[in-house]
Design a protein around this ligand. Structure first.
Ligand code: HEM
Ligand code: HEM
Length: 214
């Protein structure tokens, strides 16, 4: 505590953040209102485990599969690390759907919160895109063919389909270029975009307060 007081006096943590931290939770809130926070917690778990995975993962055609085998068989706690990232990813999809359902059932998407629904919808797209790009990274048969099927679906979009699929794959087929492209999206583009959308989501949430008040 003395260390905290020392730092606080010099850096003013509590004064600067009191507006954010000291927010009473209204009495009518129930457990269904936890789903958004649980989704966020799972995203932080993904961020931390993902950064640790990236220490061992090699995003190349020749090395990707072998680097995962190495991670599982040689790296201490590697199997646990990978399993945590895998299951938290699944749980995050479940929780974001539960959160969306809660917001829909309580009508919390209505004016003035419609923009927060839009920010949420973008977060949903991000979550699914994280799942889709991450699924290719183990570079085994299941990953490869799932991506062939998924990108073929993109290819069947009217008019722009073929160029959209080629853009996502980095060519006409799923190759090492696709792997690198998905790795880049999974590790850099999506985390940055998600951080930005989360900032909008939470900013609006704090400005308007939780729905249900008068
Ligand atoms: C990564 C995904 C997401 C995270 C981390 C997240 C996080 C949160 C959190 C912590 C809250 C506070 C209340 C609560 O937890 O229920 C909230 C509220 C809200 N979220 Fe999300 N959310 C996400 C996705 C979505 C999606 C997909 C939608 C809808 C399409 C959405 C729409 C909303 C709306 C409208 C509110 C305001 C609700 C109210 O005032 O009652 N969110 N979000
Ligand atoms: C934000 C930072 C993130 C980083 C740095 C990251 C990094 C990684 C890395 C290096 C891998 C390859 C290792 C492996 O396949 O086991 C991976 C796989 C994967 N990631 Fe992420 N990830 C992040 C977030 C997410 C999120 C938010 C989701 C899902 C919603 C997700 C879903 C997946 C999935 C499904 C796999 C395949 C797992 C498997 O088959 O074992 N990742 N990620």
């Amino acid at each position: 505590m003395r260390l905290f007081d020392y730092l606080n006096k010099r850096m003013g943590f509590t004064s600067r953040h009191s507006r954010v931290l000291d927010k009473p939770v209204p009495g009518w809130i129930n457990y269904f209102y936890c789903f958004g926070g649980i989704t966020f917690t799972l995203f932080i778990v993904q961020l931390l485990t993902g950064l640790l995975l990236s220490v061992h993962y090699v995003p190349s055609e020749a090395e990707a599969y072998r680097s995962i085998q190495h991670l599982q068989q040689v790296v201490p706690l590697g199997r646990l690390l990978r399993a945590t990232h895998h299951w938290a990813a699944n749980l995050m999809v479940v929780m974001v759907l539960a959160h969306m359902l809660r917001v829909f059932i309580t009508g919390s998407y209505k004016n003035p919160r419609e923009l927060n629904w839009v920010a949420g919808a973008l977060l949903f797209v991000m979550t699914m895109s994280f799942g889709f790009t991450g699924y290719l990274l183990p570079w085994d048969q299941k990953a490869y063919w799932a991506t062939v099927v998924g990108t073929n679906m993109l290819g069947s979009v009217p008019f722009i389909g073929p160029s959209l699929a080629a853009f996502v794959r980095g060519g006409p087929d799923v190759t090492g270029r696709t792997l690198l492209r998905f790795y880049s999206m999974h590790m850099l583009w999506f985390p940055v975009a998600t951080g930005f959308f989360l900032w909008i989501h939470f900013h609006i949430l704090r400005r308007l307060g939780i729905s249900g008040g008068m």
